[in-house]
Design a protein around this ligand. Structure first.
Ligand SMILES: Cc1ncc(COP(=O)(O)O)c(C=O)c1O
Length: 392
């Protein structure tokens, strides 16, 4: 996959020696700018925007996110608890499958509970009725699968053939829609406006008979709205039309767009060597700190990477035992020797939430920097006990 971001922004002037290594550094000013763009669209189109915690759940900045957005979207009980503990606003919870013993608490914490199939809604009826009596109203949503493949990589395309995500739109009947308050579809990944329009064209025809019944339509995430080339004016007009046509409240639930280009992952070269190519072992690991590098796969951009033809790149990998724990070949902006600091760009979303301690590799500490004021604070440092306590 080609990385769609990688603008250094204010990090171009950040001194990497100011933080630990490894460390995530998140720029609060960039987060505010991203949230502001999303809030402007929300206001112009008169819709609601929720922050997808699965992409970025750095809860120390929950008050910042809450200043701009309408709430959060969560993927199950633990994220819903996190949302209710730290974030303001509405909570929408979707999971591909809920465990019956968790559903009552999920209903208590959430405003919208979104199911992946009518079968699950049917089996949950008793729990839903009980939850309504004990904890008040909760809207029931159904995620549909639009069956409009828009992604370049099937792994990231919920409409790919054989997908388990969402109820196939061509199977939807009136019976399935009984008791359903809202429709949810999530069909995009790092995309601009056109695939959303294409998806909606198909969804529109299938759900039009239920306009009037639907309180809301949630158009999921994957909208790269805060990217410079996103067609925001078209999106606003589209959202206004969708709201007017359907008579429903419209929700977007972006994750990446909130933290796009808002964070770096700082690392240090620990050793260098040569085996057909120059090799560097660093304290940043692909498998432990940036698993999407291997999973997507993609090559993260490096802060200040040189483009000179004369320089030979060095292959940077992590300290783990995995032969494939390789991040990529880079022309470092500083001499590639032990102790050299470097940083990968656009690491605030999906990296921080996916870290693990395979091989006992240390977790990056988490820092908050405000490029407007230059204030810098270590929000969290992980210790040996954090590694130990995940095991038994
Ligand atoms: C149901 C749902 N909503 C929202 C999102 C957030 O998407 P993104 O971070 O790409 O904006 C995802 C991501 O996978 C998702 O599955």
């Amino acid at each position: 996959m080609q990385t769609q971001a990688g603008d250094p922004g204010a990090f171009a002037h950040f001194d990497l020696e100011r933080v630990d290594s490894p460390a995530f550094v998140v720029d609060a000013a960039k987060l505010r700018r991203n949230c502001n763009i999303l809030a402007d669209i929300r206001d112009a189109a008169d819709i609601k925007v929720l922050a997808a915690l699965k992409a970025f759940s750095m809860w120390s900045v929950a008050p910042l996110v809450g200043e701009y957005l309408d709430g959060t979207t969560t993927s199950g009980l633990w994220e819903a608890r996190l949302a209710s503990e730290f974030y303001d606003g509405e909570i929408a919870t979707y999971s591909a499958a809920f465990k019956p013993n968790e559903l009552e608490e999920i209903c208590r914490l959430s405003d919208h509970v979104i199911f992946n199939s009518p079968g699950q809604i049917g089996r949950a009826q008793l729990i839903l009725e009980h939850a309504r009596i004990t904890s008040g109203d909760v809207d029931i949503g159904l995620r549909i699968n639009p069956m409009v493949a828009t992604g370049e990589v099937p792994k990231y395309d919920p409409s790919a053939p054989g997908s388990r995500l969402g109820f196939p739109l061509d199977q939807l009947t009136d019976e399935h829609m009984e008791g359903v308050d809202g429709i949810h579809f999530h069909n995009l990944c790092e995309q601009t406006f056109e695939p959303l329009r294409r998806t909606w064209d198909r969804v529109f025809d299938a759900i039009e008979p239920y306009f009037g019944q639907l309180k809301w339509i949630n158009m999921g995430g994957g909208h790269h709205i805060t990217r410079a080339d996103y067609e925001r004016e078209e999106l606003i007009e589209f959202l206004k039309d969708a709201k007017e046509d359907s008579g429903a409240e419209i929700y977007l639930e972006p994750g990446e767009a909130i933290a796009l280009d808002a964070g770096i992952l700082v690392g240090t070269l620990l050793d260098t060597g040569f085996n057909e190519v120059p090799i560097g072992i660093s304290d940043v690991s692909a498998t432990c700190h940036m698993p999407d590098v291997l999973e997507a796969p993609y090559r993260p951009a490096m802060l200040g990477e040189l483009e000179s033809e004369d320089q030979i790149p060095i292959r940077i990998g992590g300290p783990s035992c995995l032969a494939g724990d390789v991040i990529g070949d880079y022309k470092l902006p500083v001499p590639a020797k032990p102790g050299a600091r470097f940083a990968f760009l656009d690491q605030a979303h999906y990296s921080m939430v996916k870290t693990n301690t395979f091989n006992g590799v240390q977790l990056p500490s988490i820092w908050l920097w405000d490029s407007d004021t230059d204030a810098l604070e270590c929000v969290k440092r992980f210790e040996y006990e954090d590694f130990r306590d995940r095991l038994s």
